[in-house]
Structures are given as C-alpha cells and as structure tokens.
Design a protein around this ligand. Structure first.
Ligand code: FES
Length: 386
C-alpha cells in the first residue's frame, strides 16, 4: 500500500467477508529476512516470522500490516499490503512480504530504500484489513483487479491465491503506471501470466509512455475507463471487482461501474492512506488547566482500564487522548481508512469525522474509529477488547 492523503468524503467501505481482519492488532519485533529491489524506487521487504508467532501473523490475501520504527527521534508508522499469498501453516507459514515505494520526501520509504538491510528488527503489527475474501466464495469466478502504482501489492496476493485455489477462476488485472520503469512486480506478473496463460489477463496502462495500443497509453480517466469497459473488460462478465489506488481513481472506477449497473456490493476497494500522523497525536503537552472544561475518557484495552482527561477546547480525537496514557492503543493510518483503531463506545457519545473502514452494521453496534472520533459527552468509555 502506498501512502497518500485521504481526502474528505463520505464514507462507504470495503465489503468484508465474515469479520476478516477484525481481531485486535498487536506489534511484535520481526527480523527483516530480505530486501529485494522491484523498481528504481521500490523494494520488497520480507520478514521472518518465528514459529511461536505464526498464528498471530496468519493472514488473508488482500490484508496489510503496519510497520513501526523510530526515525529522527519520532515514532513512524506506515501500512503496507502483504504482497505474497499466505503460506499454509503446514508448509512453513513463516514469511511476510510488503512492497515499499519511495514517496517524494517520505521519511519511512526513503529510509527503507537506503538504510534497510536484512537483519534489521522492525515492529510489525499483526495483519489487518477487510480487502479480502474467503477464497471459496470466488472459486470459478471472473475477478477483476484495478490498481495504480503500488496499489498492485494486494492484487499480487489476491491474484496468485485465487488462481491457485481454483482452476476455473479467472483474474483480469488493469494496472496503471506512468512508465514501464515504474511497474512494480513486472517480472512476477509475467511469470504469473506464463503460469496461467488463459486464466490471467493483464492490461498495462501507461500514462507517460506510448504503447502500441492507443487505449493503453494515457491517463486512466473516465473516457478511457468507459472505453475499456465497453471493449476489453465487459462488466457483465465480471463477478467481483477489487480496486486499489488513490482516492480519485478508486472513486472514479466506483462511479463508472455503478453507472454501468454493477452492484456496489461486488466492488471492493482499498484506499491509500497517508501514514503521516497528525503532529499532535498522543502529545503529552495536552493537559487540562485549572477550571478548564474537560471530557473524562476511560479506555479498556487488553483487560486494563485507564483514564485520561481531554480538554474540550483541544478538540482532540479519542485516539490522541488515549495514546497519552496507553501508548499501546492500536492505530495505523490515522486517516479513517484501515480500521485498526476500532473500539466500541460503551458509555457516552462521539462524532466521527471520516469513516472508510467500518460497515454500517458495526456503527449500529457502537463501533467507532478512535482516530476519527471526538467526544460529545462529558464522560466517554471505549472498549478495544470487544
Ligand atoms: S488508524 Fe486507521 S482508521 Fe484509525
């Protein structure tokens, strides 16, 4: 998963199957086992998972992990999709791989490109995310993935897993980049195509490079998408859609597909997130002055209850306040996208600014994204354990 800012928008979400990825996230220090160059500015980073943690790191294709390091004196967290299909536990199940693309000025991604080598230890959160599916549901289906840039990473895991799981499943990938040199997993995709020549279809769209087919050259805008859906990928032949990329492209695809009559529940999507945490998050400088009105927030996490006061005028999120007394409170994107910071409001009330991660039924049951929630009652109790 690459790192972009999540724009303000209304909130629908990925369609989860079951409650995939909704277990509580935990960090463990894992050792980097390999750093493999993918392009001039992207690397694949693999982690060895010790046997005693194999169950904690069991994942479904399409899920992600958050990485936590300390750089330049500050904690930095970034989320990346797992790019390889899960290995069954009885075959080892001991490696996790993510792809990190260098962002202009990106602290973590630049460090990963230039400093990270095998042997480093990094805190890795247990896998999360709902951009996935029980494979059995899609056996024999025609699945389409639309990805931009590093949005390819969950597609690599999904395509490989789906094509392997059933010999009648077909996967079509529409993958857009600026130029061939930016295409991540170029050789892996070619290998996959060799392995499944009739069941995997690849369409590379390059925005700044001329390809033989004019349709495959230029920006993937509405006109090009509609032409592709009218000629190359016919929505009537598709059972399930997976979209991963920046908000503008994902939103455009969803709108065009909806306009073409594709039911929303068959279009799953994953947005890039910023990973750039608000500077004040968890700041210990926020404190209640004498006579100042404050909200009392009680946090239940891992069976332990902690309390923090949050000045009303600070307008801080529940997560920000919680981190002052519980630095182990889970979060990853801070943008309302990943769902890692989910907790249930047991008493009191909040308003949520953004929500790209919770299903309507979760909200009805009282779940909120603490990174996006602001108390609206004098007392608030949130529980991360339920
Ligand atoms: S930390 Fe990702 S939604 Fe709150």
């Amino acid at each position: 998963m690459a790192l972009f800012r999540v724009p303000t928008a209304q909130a629908p979400v990925t369609v989860a199957s079951g409650d995939g990825g909704r277990h509580r996230a935990r960090f463990h220090a894992l050792t980097v086992s390999q750093v493999r160059p993918l392009t001039k500015d992207a690397v694949e980073v693999s982690f060895a998972v010790p046997l005693e943690l194999v169950d904690d790191y069991a994942y479904l294709p399409g899920q992600y992990v958050a990485l936590r390091v300390h750089l330049e004196g500050a904690e930095v967290r970034r989320s990346y999709s797992l790019c390889r299909p899960p290995i069954p536990a009885d075959e080892g199940g001991t490696t996790l791989s993510v792809a990190v693309k260098r962002d202009e000025g990106g602290l973590f991604s630049t460090w990963a490109q230039t400093e990270l080598t095998p042997g480093f230890e990094i805190d890795v959160m247990s896998p999360q995310g709902t951009f996935t599916s029980g494979l059995a549901e899609l056996a024999g289906a025609h699945v389409v993935g639309i990805a931009a840039g590093s949005g390819i990473t969950p597609m690599m895991a999904l395509a490989r897993s789906l094509l392997t799981a059933s010999d009648s499943t077909r996967f079509t990938l529409l993958y857009t980049n600026k130029a061939t040199s930016d295409v991540m997993f170029l050789e892996d995709l070619a290998d996959l195509k060799d392995r499944y020549p009739t069941r995997l279809v690849l369409h590379h769209v390059l925005s700044r490079e001329q390809r033989t087919a004019p349709l495959m050259s230029g920006r993937l805008d509405e006109e090009r998408l509609r032409t592709i859906f009218g000629a190359l990928i016919l929505p009537d032949t598709v059972d399930e859609w997976f979209l991963c990329g920046p908000f503008a492209l994902v939103d455009l695809c969803r709108e065009v597909l909806a306009d073409l009559g594709v039911p929303r529940e068959h279009v799953r999507f994953e947005l890039f997130t910023t990973g750039d945490a608000p500077a004040e998050r968890g700041s210990r400088k926020v404190e209640v002055r004498q006579g100042e009105k404050a909200v009392r927030i009680e946090i239940n996490l891992d069976g332990v209850s902690s309390t923090v006061e949050s000045p009303v005028d600070a307008h801080e999120s529940v997560l920000n306040a919680a981190l002052r007394v519980r630095p182990d409170a889970p979060f990853a994107c801070s943008g309302g996208v990943c769902g890692t910071c989910r907790a249930r409001v047991v008493d009191g009330s909040v308003t949520m600014t953004e929500n790209y991660a919770l299903e309507p039924d979760e909200i009805e049951r009282g779940y909120v994204l603490t990174c996006q929630s602001h108390p609206t009652s004098d007392r608030l109790v949130v529980d991360y354990d339920v």
